[in-house]
Structures are given as structure tokens and as C-alpha cells.
Write a protein that binds this ligand. Structure first.
Ligand SMILES: [Zn+2]
Length: 411
């Protein structure tokens, strides 16, 4: 019997030095090899790299694409203030429309699994969460979307926010997040977020340490509370830009503790680069945490999008390969192995962070496959090689044919 689909001439460096064919049956990878037999449909990867889809472990779909409504773009405090001012007027339809446009852009860049953060507070209520729940259902054919509800404006200082968070969790939020740096009582927020996580048996994802002052950190509180609750392997922290301002021995100290506590780190290169170091008018620090060093010390690390076209990040195309390239450039990486690690931090590592099941080009896994116009992992990152086509559970969900030069015809 022929397979449902065979993707020919695929480069999967972890499996083979040469091209392979990947056979798909009922949405799963059924065989991989030089000759897997016939398929009812054959697609040609064209001797290009195939990855199991990009994984964006941190993006704010609900506040994407609002740049044209903003008065100011500058510091982190201004960005938070602008969104706080605007979001009281966000309707569910408005959030849905902007988030949908952003999600479609991500799908067309080869992203197949996403953790999106949804702001919950007394200004926006559950409107953002409900809009994202609709998108999760409507786009399940192309992307697995999980929703992390969190109090961007603080928790203990916003009476009513905690009840709304609990309501969202009871209505099916996939996990709960926190933002202690905006709370008047950060450590109390961390404790309460863990209490909600325990009540609903959810993973946790914090925004923390979003400045360059190395004299204090919330890492100690997050690590201690993770261990106290037995939540090892279920906690992630985003930004942690303070780590970029610490000397190597302190980074190594925290890396060892994060690895031991199973706390993963998401670095948001575009936002961190845009918002950090604002107090300087020369020799401006990059302000991006050293993800490759943390990963080297055994911490699960991802590079992610965070924001698109808003005051936190006034640019963005949802390309995670571009984010891998940006990080390599910031961190001054040039070795092939380091470039491949950057690709790993937008694919396998965020999949581990999100505890995705069945991720990877392997027999028995869902046939999530993205063809990148590159000869290998380092080549893909170095050239920000474009994606050519993608398959979600064996069904083609997009294609972007290779650009073609049209030369003058000779007379
Ligand atoms: Zn964020």
C-alpha cells in the first residue's frame, strides 16, 4: 500500500549525511530512509534542510500590531504605560483581528507550536484570552497554540486580577504566568502564581529581571519556589536580562542552579536589544542574556519573538530563524556548532521547554515538517534562509516558492 505522502530529498543532519525520504501515514511519520517506497503524493524538498517546525515559546499575540495607535516608543516603562492606556479600549474583535494577522504571519514563517501570553487584569478582563481561545481552535490545522494567562500590570496591586486569572484557568488556560517586576510585592506574586499552578496543575512562565542591575535578582525566589512546590521541569523564565550584566562566574552559578531546578530560560533578542541600555548615550550594552552559555551548562534555553509591531518591539516578521540569526550576531558566534545551537534554540529546546510530545523528525511522531532553503543548520541561520513549505500532521499548510531571477532573454 502506498503511503499518504512521501517527502523526497530531505536533509535531516541528525539522521543521515545524505538526503532521505520521509513517509507519512495518517498524520504520523511512518518511515524514513533512502528508499521508503511509493506514496500517493510525492513532494520534493529539493535537497534542502527539513526541521520539525519552529517553536515560539514566548509571543504576545494580543498586543501585536498596535504601533500606529501609540504616542511614544521608548523605555520599558513607557511601553507598559502605552499598552495599559490603550488596552482598556481593546475589543475582543480588535484583539482577534490583530492576533490572527500575526498568527498567520508566524505560520507562513514555519512556526508550528506557539506559547502565547495573554494579559489578564481589571482593564482588559478576559477579552484577550477569549479571542486567543478562538484562534487556538480555528488554526489548529496549522499550529498548536497554548495560552499562558498572566498579570502584566501586577497581581497584588490590582485587586480583582487574581480572580480573573483563576477564572481563565478554570476556562481552560494552558498555563499561568507572572510578572513580578511590575508588582508592588514581587515575592508574594511569585508565591500566589505557584498556588494557582498547583490548584489547576499547570506549568508556570514568568517575565523576570528585565533590567541591567546585577545587584539583585528574582531568580533566587523563582528557583526556591520551584523546588518548594516540586515543580522542577515545569517552569520557564523570560528576559532575565540581568544575566547579561553579571560576570561569568555569577552566570555560571545561576546556570547550575537553573539546570538543577529544571527552570528553563527564554531570551527575547529583539525586545531586549531594543529596550535595554536606554540610559546610555554611548557604548550601549546589548542587554541580551547569554543563552548559549546557559544552554552549554545544561539549562533548557529558547530564543523567541516576544512582540511584533508594538512599543516593546516596533518591528517583527515572526521569523524565528531571523531571531536565531540575530542572537548569533549579538552573541558574536561564528562556529558552525554554535550556529546549529541557535537553530536548536528555536526548535528542539523550546519544544522541551513547552514539554511538547512527539516533537522531532522520527518514526511515530506527528509529521510536522518544514523545508528550509539551506544545506544545513549553520547555513540556515547564517543566511536567514527562507522557508519553502510546511506540513502539519502530514498536511501541507503553506508554501513559499523559492525566489527566481528573471534574466534577459537573448535575441
Ligand atoms: Zn513577554
Amino acid at each position: 500500500m502506498p503511503f499518504d505522502l512521501v517527502l523526497d530529498h530531505a536533509l535531516v543532519p541528525a539522521l543521515s549525511d545524505g538526503p532521505v525520504s520521509i513517509a507519512v501515514e495518517e498524520g504520523l511519520i511512518a518511515a524514513i530512509g533512502a528508499d521508503v517506497g511509493p506514496g500517493r503524493v510525492h513532494e520534493d524538498a529539493g535537497f534542502s534542510l527539513v526541521v520539525p517546525g519552529f517553536v515560539d515559546s514566548h509571543i504576545h499575540l494580543d498586543k501585536a500590531c498596535i504601533l500606529d495607535r501609540c504616542r511614544a516608543e521608548g523605555s520599558l516603562a513607557e511601553a507598559i504605560g502605552e499598552v495599559a492606556r490603550l488596552k482598556a479600549d481593546f475589543s475582543e474583535a480588535d484583539i482577534h483581528a490583530r492576533a490572527e494577522a500575526t498568527l498567520r504571519m508566524a505560520i507562513l514563517q514555519g512556526t508550528m507550536r506557539i506559547r502565547t501570553h495573554a494579559e489578564i487584569d481589571t482593564r482588559i478582563g478576559l477579552r484577550g484570552f477569549h479571542a486567543l481561545q478562538r484562534l487556538k481552535r480555528d488554526y489548529a490545522f496549522a499550529v498548536d497554540l497554548e495560552i499562558c494567562v498572566f498579570p502584566q500590570e501586577g497581581l497584588t496591586n490590582d485587586p480583582g486580577a487574581e480572580d480573573l486569572l483563576i477564572k481563565a484557568c478554570s476556562e481552560g488556560a494552558d498555563l499561568v504566568g507572572g510578572c513580578p517586576y511590575t508588582d508592588s510585592d514581587p515575592e508574594e506574586q511569585i508565591a500566589r502564581i505557584f498556588a494557582i499552578a498547583r490548584r489547576f496543575d499547570l506549568d508556570v512562565d514568568f517575565h523576570i529581571d528585565f533590567d541591567l542591575d546585577p545587584s539583585w535578582t528574582h531568580l533566587d525566589a523563582v528557583i526556591a519556589t520551584t523546588e518548594l512546590n516540586g515543580w522542577e521541569g515545569r517552569v520557564a523564565v523570560g528576559h532575565v536580562t540581568k544575566l547579561s550584566a553579571m560576570p561569568p562566574e555569577r552566570v555560571a552559578f545561576y546556570a547550575a542552579r537553573l539546570a538543577r531546578a529544571g527552570v528553563a530560560v527564554t531570551v527575547l533578542p529583539a525586545t531586549d536589544l531594543f529596550l535595554m541600555g536606554r540610559g546610555r548615550d554611548h557604548s550601549v550594552p546589548r542587554g541580551v542574556a547569554p543563552a548559549h552559555l546557559l544552554a552549554g551548562a545544561g539549562v533548557t534555553c529558547s530564543l523567541a519573538t516576544n512582540n511584533v509591531m508594538n512599543p516593546f518591539t516596533p518591528f517583527g516578521d515572526c521569523s524565528l530563524n531571523r531571531m536565531a540569526n540575530l542572537y548569533a550576531n549579538i552573541a558574536q558566534l561564528s562556529r558552525k556548532a554554535d550556529m546549529a545551537l541557535c537553530l536548536d534554540m528555536v526548535t528542539h529546546q523550546p519544544a522541551r521547554l513547552m514539554r511538547c510530545e512527539g516533537y522531532g523528525i522520527a518514526v511515530g511522531n506527528p509529521a510536522d515538517m518544514v523545508v528550509i532553503d539551506a544545506k544545513g543548520e549553520a547555513d540556515a541561520v547564517a543566511r536567514i534562509a527562507p522557508v519553502l513549505m510546511g506540513f502539519k500532521r502530514g498536511v501541507k499548510t503553506f508554501d513559499r516558492p523559492r525566489a527566481r531571477l528573471i534574466e534577459p532573454t537573448s535575441a
